[in-house]
Design a protein around this ligand. Structure first.
Ligand SMILES: [Ca+2]
Length: 430
């Protein structure tokens, strides 16, 4: 295991800020994948007087927020002493994880479609679990998220999302299988849901899943990126660009908002989203929060309510990668009949997986939201009061990693997995 000094992490923050700007400004149309070479000349030009906070960076767009707290929150800094440890490294793109047993994680490998068990105490990594599904691993596809059934201790049910080949292209699919007692295989794996229509493309699968307190699943999808398919995010007869609410058998939950609407798909819970890779319930309010990847800037934090339209691609606080305006260049959501994001980023935070800190192990972090950044190469800590974002901090800025997913263990450690195949553990010092 490798120990990383926290002060050293903070020292190189500015370096990564410069790199982030370089990565964001390159006009690459493949947002998620754009920065694989961005770490090249890292350790140059440390500007000691620099401020790396969200509030002081140059903006990409001319848009103004609908309310003052909607973007560029004041910088905050964790006061507690923290230990940062690389628990495991050398893995592939690690996309999703779940703590299925105390300090033991199920971790997906996106490209190889492997499901692994990682022990946080000794850093050991298991052989791949047999019985995982066939995936399409082109582009942003592959084996994506993993979670366990609420009654896992009895049922041993594991749920996963993945990009699947079907007639007409690929879809975001959800499947489930039973983890064998020896933890070596997933048995009776079956696909329970496919977010149709299929599309011949390999971008924007969304793919996070989370159980609610009635033991049903929320699934997030993407709108498959390309113009015009992305316009299907607005359509209620397509599962693209949606939050979807299904049972453990893949059926629509019978309280869903469009059940009575014959022209709408029953599984849809909310719509008008771009690419949602982060979802969690606020520990205090119980609200469902998501983070969605914007175009160039305009990544959004949203509180999801049933039946609501979040506006993509009609309105956005971001612009096209080409620099052109999106649609008519309208940012304000509410005036156009859409839900305003609670928060948005300009420039981008390239947000992927996220987790609320629902432990008291680090008291000042309680109910804060932690979001993994890809091209941005940091973990965003977001402080929320009364559903307003009142502070933002950037963690692990000098690591040069693309942070793909975040979880908080039962012991209150913050775990981050990366596209570079590392597993970080951040815990209170001592
Ligand atoms: Ca929106």
């Amino acid at each position: 295991m490798t120990k990383v000094s926290w002060s050293r992490l903070m020292f190189f923050t500015m370096v990564m800020f410069v790199l982030t700007l370089a990565a964001c400004g390159n006009g690459d149309t493949s947002d998620e994948e754009s920065t694989d070479n961005s770490d090249a000349d890292t350790e140059e030009s440390v500007d000691e007087g620099a401020d790396e906070s969200a509030e002081s960076e140059p903006k990409v767009t001319e848009f103004e927020p609908a309310f003052p707290e909607q973007t560029r929150a004041p910088a905050v800094e964790t006061e507690a002493e923290l230990d940062v440890e690389v628990v495991a490294e050398g893995l592939g793109v690690s996309w999703g994880m779940e703590e299925f047993d105390t300090n033991r994680l199920l971790v997906t490998q996106r490209d190889s479609a492997e499901l692994l068990i990682v022990d946080l105490e000794d850093g050991s990594v298991s052989d791949p679990i047999e019985g995982t599904p066939e995936v399409n691993s082109e582009g942003q596809g592959g084996l994506l998220d993993v979670t366990i059934a609420p009654d896992f201790d009895e049922s041993r049910l594991v749920f996963m999302t993945f990009a699947q080949d079907i007639e007409g292209g690929t879809v975001t699919a959800v499947g489930k299988g039973v983890l064998s007692d020896d933890e070596a295989s997933l048995e009776d794996f079956e696909v329970i849901f496919q977010a149709e229509p299929a599309y011949e493309g390999n971008l924007h699968y969304g793919g996070r899943i989370i159980f609610d307190d009635e033991d049903n699943l929320f699934l997030t999808t993407g709108e498959r990126s390309d113009d015009p398919i992305r316009e299907r995010a607005q359509d209620l007869d397509a599962y693209l660009g949606k939050v979807i609410h299904i049972t453990q058998d893949g059926e629509a939950v019978d309280t869903n908002p469009f059940i009575e609407d014959e022209d709408a798909l029953d599984g849809i819970y909310s719509y008008g989203h771009r690419n949602i890779q982060g979802v969690d319930f606020h520990p205090e309010t119980g609200d469902l929060w998501i983070v969605e990847f914007g175009p160039q800037a305009g990544d959004e934090l949203n509180i999801i309510e049933p039946g609501n339209n979040y506006g993509w691609p009609i309105v956005s606080y971001g612009i096209e990668y080409s620099g052109e305006l999106i649609n008519d260049g309208i940012s304000e959501h509410e005036a156009q009949g859409f839900v305003e994001p609670r928060y948005y980023w300009d420039p981008t935070s390239a947000p992927s997986g996220m987790s609320f800190y629902d432990s008291d192990a680090i008291p000042e972090w309680e109910n804060n939201l932690f979001i993994g950044g890809l091209a941005s190469s940091y973990i965003a800590r977001v402080v929320i009061e009364d559903d307003l974002i009142v502070g933002e901090e950037r963690l692990l800025t000098d690591e040069g990693e693309r942070f793909r997913d975040i979880l908080v263990t039962e012991d209150g450690a913050l775990i981050a997995i990366t596209d570079g195949g590392k597993i970080y553990k951040i815990a209170a010092a001592g």
